[in-house]
Design a protein around this ligand. Structure first.
Ligand code: NG1
Ligand code: ZN
Length: 530
């Protein structure tokens, strides 16, 4: 078939380094940008086949998120804006690792297995990229892959990861989710934010101010673009905006979360509300410095607590009987889980690391609030929940209608396709405004247990196998028993280890009653892993 010949010819322009093996992990493919040209071309091919398979538009985002500038990566977006389905992650890995001579047979195999009609010319792929210097040429390689299989493409250029998820979802739901353009995204979110903050008429100018660290990446660019749409309802002071510093270097959500410190060079006044995006703006963390100059982090767990409390209170006021749950991972601070279960009385579930796992669990509820501790998360509303909220807006009055309207505006403000730093930030700002809460009051809802995250380099991280949403190890033999013995020696101790899905390391997490104890436990467990 001529088509295969064309693919074969074009693939020679994107040769695979012999022997290079990569895996489609929790965040797609991610490695040094110099090793990714063939992967990008092949992901263009794969997205085209997935589009034919689903008869819908598929997204391809070129980004390595919080990784260093030298890295890059790629992830595919399925029709409703969600992460690529697991069976196709396997195909992605097979395709990326096929040596040049085997590429066509791997593709043919895939097409046969999935009964893909290759005579169909209806495939369409949306492509977006972050601000890395390698991203433009790598996204061109994706486009080459799409055209090699006669797919149509739309290149959105520089967009945040969640913006591309939003576009894919908008088009596949035929406008039902919003207008599929960056302007459509800005308008939808801004309108919802402005409506929500109208319920907080006494906001002072001080309360409207927010310091935002854009990680020197795409989030900074897009937030600046969005500002006029917000019509002064939020006053952003943007730093790490990409004009001077290097992407993710000593700034950004991952740096702040892991270092438990503010971005380098930022001057914070005591009590000032600050937040950091990551390199593709799908994560956010908040923080402030107190009167003694002490740094306080409000991570994904604190965000999930604030949002779920707000939504639960509105459900009560609206008299809506909807089942709300919070989905966390093993990295969630023990204090947050205890607070949510014991004080807030909401259902809490634990999922494996990687938002696709959390997303899946959240879909089981009327309202599923999911956040990784690192600040990656969103809220999902079931169709039935959205309909009930809409109905109440139309049919009720007084306090019930007021609460239903706030719920409706929250639904519109939230990017339900994936964690979104801009959307999460606006929701948090609106909640704080409506509740008249300072960042300190939000922080005081519960006190985090001191914790530590460490990385251990081992010769093969895959020897570590886990169960119980990664909270226990099953192999190598004896490791879990060793961790249990170490944990017992620390008050409020908890620790677990798991192989990273994005880096060649084993991650060690520990928490305990004091920082010294959490650090010591982390160190002891690292030695047990090594
Ligand atoms: P790995 O490298 O598998 O731990 C990291 C984050 C995840 C997720 C992915 C994708 C931690 C501990 N892990 O995964 O939560 O965000 O990157 O970006 O933060
Ligand atoms: Zn990210």
């Amino acid at each position: 078939m001529a088509q295969w010949q064309e693919v074969s010819e074009k693939s020679k322009l994107h040769p695979k380094p012999v022997g290079l093996v990569l895996q489609y992990g929790t965040a797609g493919f991610r490695t040094n940008a110099d090793h990714l040209d063939h992967v990008m071309f092949r992901m263009g091919l794969l997205a085209t086949l997935r589009s034919l398979n689903t008869k819908a538009i598929i997204g391809v985002m070129v980004t390595a998120s919080h990784n260093p500038e030298e890295d890059n990566g790629v992830k595919l977006i399925d029709p409703m804006g969600e992460m690529l389905t697991p069976a196709w992650e396997v195909y992605a890995t097979q395709l990326a690792n096929a040596e040049q001579d085997h590429l066509i047979s791997v593709l043919k195999d895939l097409a046969r297995k999935e009964s893909i009609d290759l005579t169909n010319r209806e495939a369409e792929v949306f492509v977006g990229r972050d601000t890395r210097s390698s991203s433009a040429r790598l996204s061109d390689a994706v486009l080459d892959g799409v055209t090699a299989l006669d797919g149509r493409n739309k290149d959105y250029g520089l967009v945040t990861t969640p913006q591309l998820h939003y576009m894919v979802c908008c088009c596949n739901t035929r406008g039902g989710y919003g207008k599929a353009s960056v302007e459509g995204y800005y308008s939808k979110l801004s309108q919802a934010f402005i409506q929500l903050t109208k319920s907080a008429p006494n906001r002072t100018d001080d309360q409207k101010c927010l310091l935002v660290d854009g990680a020197n990446g795409i989030g900074a660019l897009k937030l600046r673009e969005m500002e006029p749409y917000l019509q002064g309802a939020l006053k952003v002071s943007l730093f790490c905006d990409g004009t001077g510093g290097k992407l993710n270097h000593q700034c950004g959500a991952d740096f702040v979360k892991v270092q438990q410190n503010s971005p380098k060079g930022i001057v914070m006044k005591a009590g000032e509300r600050c937040c950091s995006f990551d390199g593709d703006a799908d994560r956010i963390v908040y923080y402030y410095s107190d009167d003694h100059g002490r740094f306080h982090l409000l991570d994904g767990d604190k965000i999930a607590t604030l949002i779920s409390t707000f939504l639960k209170e509105l459900l009560t006021k609206a008299g809506l009987d909807l089942k709300i749950a919070v989905v966390q991972t093993a990295y969630a601070n023990g204090s947050s889980t205890r607070y949510l279960e014991d004080t807030m009385k909401v259902i809490v579930r634990c999922a494996k690391t990687g938002v696709k796992h959390l997303h899946h669990v959240a879909q089981e509820f009327d309202i599923g609030v999911y956040f990784e501790a690192n600040g990656h998360g969103t809220v999902l509303f079931s169709k039935a929940a959205e309909e009930k909220i809409q109905q109440l807006c139309d049919d009720s009055d007084g306090e019930r209608r007021g609460a239903a309207t706030l719920l409706k505006n929250s639904v519109d403000l939230i990017n339900q396709t994936v964690g979104d730093a801009i959307s999460d930030m606006l929701l948090i700002e609106a909640i704080l405004a409506i509740k008249g809460m300072t960042v300190q009051q939000w922080d005081a809802i519960y006190t985090d247990l001191p914790n530590r995250q460490l990385k251990v380099k081992v010769s093969d991280r895959r020897v570590i196998d886990t169960k119980d949403a990664e909270r226990k190890t099953v192999s190598p033999a004896g490791l879990q028993e060793a961790i249990d013995r170490l944990v017992e020696r620390h008050q409020d101790g908890r620790s677990f280890v798991r192989p990273s899905g994005t880096e060649d390391v084993v991650r060690v997490y520990s928490e305990a009653a004091t920082q010294e104890s959490a650090d010591a436990l982390g160190h002891e467990v690292s030695l047990a892993v090594y």
